[in-house]
Design a protein around this ligand. Structure first.
Ligand SMILES: [Zn+2]
Length: 444
């Protein structure tokens, strides 16, 4: 029975790395030529740089190709062919899927996919689910709003593709979703970390149901870095008595990475389907060695409708060093997506990553899952305010908790904070993706 097999694609997932690199180069040349031949946008970009498809012979040649930024995509959109603009590589009638980005930093980007692309999306997600132990016997519950955002749409199709049973939990509210999980004995679910914690809180505090008593044994997270932040992962696993796995993907890119069942502290990049390059944010140098962070430039090697060729994702990542015990030859990025190049700001001259603050807060017993970080200026001096909540049963331990929090923050982020304790339940609760970081300083 194929459910006994360890890998979704035993050939690609264990291909010696040099062979994977050959495959990537071959596929890159193909998608580059495709973009050049079929989209005015790509042809103009590459002509301007004086690069033709025949010039691409090596990975060094690839690095000379201009990157595509999100702002460039916004500029061409809402023009012909409407609404995608001339990045589109197929006639409009071949588009079968419309999605858009969530637009937290401006106008949303529209994403077209053909049916072939949509099958490719579910294939990519099949690698993810199989690696996380999903099998045909699973009953997978999807507590998410099926709408214009790609979110877990492809996870839904992939769960069907691998032979599992899918239960869409679309328009239900949180309480109804929990009752549905209880009623049908769902074994797995997919949600953002914020929602995984929010559901547990609702079950426990509003319904008197211990989520640990439900049958969920694995949870796939995406949309936020939480499942790769050890303390947030631990909170989720503890709340649900389930394994929690991370996945990073994006509308404009695809489902490019996944944590495997070994939970070895990183995400495998699906290197058979994506080419990931890491570039030093300050020097522009390309990074091959493990442990050095930079921003990700990524190419989806098989996406044809509206391709993703050297997209400057602004995700900050670094390569992991050791091979993973699972035996996959796909390289891993250590600690998942560490942050966003435009999110990691300098405060008092020190690089601050919101993920580091999350790791500290979620590691302290007695603090709730919620927090808020506000950076502003007093006179010329940057200051950071951290708002947190004490759990009702920890109110009499405020002093030691405050001291521990201060120490840990200093240790992990090298910065001092103004700590504001708020009553349990008073900070904003987020349904899907949280907005816990606010930078109120003027941007230059
Ligand atoms: Zn692995």
């Amino acid at each position: 029975m194929y459910s006994d097999q360890k890998y979704w694609n035993p050939i690609l997932e264990t291909l010696p790395h040099e062979k994977l690199r050959d495959l990537q180069l071959k596929k890159f040349k193909r998608i580059f030529r495709w973009g050049y031949d079929h989209s005015k946008f790509h042809r103009a970009l590459y002509d301007k740089a004086g690069i033709k498809p025949d010039d691409i012979r090596s990975f060094d040649d690839i690095r000379k190709i201009p990157v595509v930024e999100k702002s460039m995509m916004r500029e061409i959109q809402r023009k012909d062919p409407f609404p995608y603009g001339d990045m589109l590589c197929v006639p409009l009638e071949e588009v079968s899927e419309y999605r858009q980005t969530s637009g937290t930093t401006g106008q949303p980007v529209y994403q077209a996919d053909t049916w072939q692309d949509w099958e490719w999306w579910s294939e990519c997600w099949s690698f993810i689910l199989w690696a996380q132990g999903y099998r045909p016997k699973d009953r997978v519950f999807l507590p998410f709003g099926y709408n214009v955002f790609v979110a877990f749409w492809a996870g839904h199709y992939a769960a069907e593709k691998i032979g599992a049973e899918v239960v869409p939990g679309g328009v239900l509210d949180t309480q109804a979703r929990i009752l549905k999980i209880q009623e049908i004995h769902a074994t797995a679910m997919m949600a953002t970390p914020t929602y995984v914690l929010g559901m547990a809180d609702t079950a426990k505090n509003k319904m008197g149901i211990d989520p640990r008593s439900l049958t969920i044994n694995k949870i796939t997270c995406a949309g936020e870095p939480g499942a790769s932040i050890p303390t947030t992962k631990a909170r989720m696993e503890e709340a649900w008595n389930a394994k929690v796995y991370d996945h990073a993907g994006a509308t404009e890119i695809g489902a490019w990475s996944f944590e495997c069942i070994e939970q070895s502290g990183g995400l495998h990049v699906n290197e058979a389907f994506f080419l990931v390059e890491i570039q030093d944010i300050e020097t522009g140098e390309y990074i091959e060695e493990p442990g050095r962070r930079g921003k990700m430039i990524i190419t989806a090697l098989d996406r044809i409708g509206q391709p993703c060729i050297r997209f400057d994702s602004k995700d900050v990542i670094m390569w992991a060093s050791d091979p993973c015990p699972c035996g996959r030859t796909f390289r891993r990025i250590k600690g998942g997506v560490i942050g966003r190049a435009d999110d990691i700001t300098k405060v008092k001259g020190v690089l601050l990553s919101p993920a580091a603050i999350e790791e500290v807060v979620r590691g302290i017993t007695g603090l709730s899952d919620e927090f808020e970080v506000i950076v502003d200026k007093k006179g010329d001096v940057d200051r950071i305010t951290l708002k947190i909540e004490l759990m009702p049963d920890a109110v009499n331990r405020k002093d030691p908790i405050e001291a521990e929090l201060k120490d840990q923050l200093r240790l992990k982020t090298n910065l001092g904070y103004i700590l504001e304790f708020h009553e349990f339940g008073s900070l904003p609760r987020y349904e899907v993706k949280a907005k816990r970081f606010k930078d109120l300083r003027e941007k230059h």
